[in-house]
Write a protein that binds this ligand. Structure first.
Ligand code: UD2
Length: 311
């Protein structure tokens, strides 16, 4: 049984990661300031004896330091972040505080308290808009947003710390994550969370463009499993890997699944493509398989079915 600190524990990916760690018998200390995370996401975890929760802001020096100083910690899973690319465009300074400075503070907590493992929520956004698909880890990194830039800078910071101070860092480059608890609040939220909310309300969805654009949609259950492996499996070395399925799913395919479940909802409307929207994104899953023994197991159809049934 390990003790793991999870930052951003009340968030979409954080809360699923916490649930999976607890189910595997680990002890978890979760940190969140509820900026975008929700207490309701931790309802299951808070009822379990292996879970402790600290309400706090990881951009404040001392918060993680204090938590890591309370006893031996086997890993930090750092998921707390400004999660919206659009918000990073509007507020780059806030983005660098949450997505880079907080990484530095978390890395320092790992160094000072001799935490042997560190798992970081990186993103496919570090690659930018590449036409060279599927995206390999060695591809050129050309972020096109403050969000992508901060994630890329955080990777460099962490891998430098890992090499200098002798702990293991895994940078998890998530592709398009979907599943229960994803927040559909903004027009720039993940498309599946927006579609789910609208179909539930009996409202038709809007497809920007012809719907043939594709993404590498990965279930949050697979992402949480990848985090647990990276944090707890023995014999893992530092590095970065795509956390993806390697498969392309079009928006039309996604809508087809929703339409089967909601036959009475009107057909989607089409609108102009979003400026700056990329047509296709898909990653190579081989590096995660080699480094972590991880492969996605939940198909988009299965994951969507679970989401739609209320999961
Ligand atoms: C964005 C972010 C990515 C991540 C992801 C959420 C960028 C560069 N990347 O990527 O980092 O946060 O969102 O999983 O911003 N769409 C519709 N109708 C809608 C909403 C979206 O057709 O109501 C389209 C959208 O124009 C795009 C596709 O669906 O072509 C996927 O959109 P998304 O925002 O879920 O994901 P993505 O890959 O653009």
């Amino acid at each position: 049984m390990a003790h793991i600190i999870v930052t951003g524990a009340a968030g979409f990916i954080g809360s699923h990661t916490v649930d999976r760690l607890l189910a595997a018998g680990h002890r978890v200390t979760g940190i969140d300031n509820f900026r975008t995370g929700r207490r309701a996401n931790l309802a299951g975890a808070l009822a379990r004896p292996g879970f402790a929760f600290v309400e706090g802001d990881v951009t404040e020096a001392g918060v993680l330091h204090r938590v890591a100083g309370t006893g031996p910690t086997d890993a930090i899973i750092h998921l707390a972040a400004l999660v919206s690319v659009q918000e990073s465009m509007n507020h780059p300074g806030l983005n660098y505080s949450l997505n880079l400075h907080a990484t530095h503070l978390a890395a320092e907590a790992a160094r000072l308290h001799r935490v042997p493992r560190f798992v970081f929520a990186s993103s496919a956004a570090i690659y930018g808009d590449t036409a060279d698909l599927p995206i390999r880890e060695a591809a050129e990194k050309k972020p096109i947003s403050p969000y992508g830039a901060a994630k890329l800078a955080s990777e460099a910071l962490l891998l430098g710390h890992a090499a200098a101070y002798g702990f293991v860092v895994r940078c998890q480059r998530y592709f398009n994550v979907f599943g229960p608890r994803q927040d559909p609040a903004s027009p720039y939220s993940g498309v599946i969370s927006i579609f789910d909310r609208r179909y539930r309300a009996g409202q038709s969805v809007t497809i920007y463009g012809d719907g043939r654009q594709t993404r590498d949609f990965i279930s949050v259950h697979d992402v949480a499993r990848a985090n647990v492996i990276a944090a707890t499996q023995p014999g893992i070395a530092s590095g970065a890997a795509n956390i993806c399925t390697g498969r392309a799913t079009s928006l039309l395919d996604v809508v087809k699944v929703f339409a089967q479940h909601y036959p009475h909802v009107a057909a989607p409307a089409h609108a102009e493509s979003r400026p700056g929207d990329i047509l296709h994104s898909r990653g190579t899953p081989e590096a995660a398989a080699a480094a972590l023994g991880f492969g996605a197991e939940v198909s988009v159809e299965t994951g969507l079915g679970e989401l739609i049934r209320g999961g």
